[in-house]
Design a protein around this ligand. Sequence first.
Ligand SMILES: [Fe+2]
Length: 312
Amino acid sequence: MTAIWIDAKLSDANARQALYDGDIVILAPTKASLEMVALGQELLEQAFGPHDPRKIHDHKTPEEVASVLAKMKPIFIHHPEHKRLIPQLMEEHGVDIDRLYFDVPRMRSAYPSHFLTSGIAYAFHPHRDTWYSAPQCQLNWWFPIYPLHTNNAMGFYPRYFNEPVANNSEIYNYYEWNTKNRASAAEYVKADTREQPKPQQSLEPVTVRYLPPPGGIVLFSGSQLHESVPNITDLARYSIDFRTVHLDDLKQRRGAPNVDNRSTGTTMRDYLNARTLQHLPDDVIRMYDDGTAIVGRVLNYNDATKAPVAAE
Ligand SMILES: [Fe+2]
């Protein structure tokens, strides 16, 4: 059973427990989320003007679009306003920001499927973020920049939250990925040859798609099986997502059940405290280290300055 909580004003502790049990939380837009949306729109419209960013595939080649995104997305990701807006967004939802850690927000783009679905606009196959070395208590906050359509949204496979999926997550080590894939994702215009964890079985092809308005949030466990829906509309989809972890849950190893993840390494060095912007304490990071953090490997996303992918 998957329950969907819609703007339910849950306490933060109750919301986290519901999410670890496989529920989904939908949140109405707030001042902070709408400011992030406005920032995303502004950057997109500057980059692609005078054209509508949602129709840019009618005006530019995939190579041209990939090249524009390669410049614009890092500006969005590292924009200083997010360090004010994400803590504000957390407080708007009753989260104790002294104990909350977040990573930099990504902007995603999903173009009509004949156009550009690799590299910088990678269309994510079904996956759990935990297959990409996220801790079991990671939560994902996802919201659209423009109105969604059924076929350019995210798809969730709720039945597999508690059910193992045959997969090859054992191929993925976070540090190895950061080290090997520092080259710009803009190089992967035609096809993405980077090997990623994927299901190794056929899935029941039933996805649920949540369609909040711009700035409205889909909040879910990083252990949910989810994907970028193949975009068969004629409009590009742009969205924002970032991830959070709660210090108490990390320390007590609370989180979603691990039904099938065998990835190695950890994304623990990516998260910043929402009050102080400091990294997690070393002793907490060490709880999640598995011996693969060896000399010469790039241990976090910001040091792999061009590392393109964290799973949508
Ligand atoms: Fe993801």
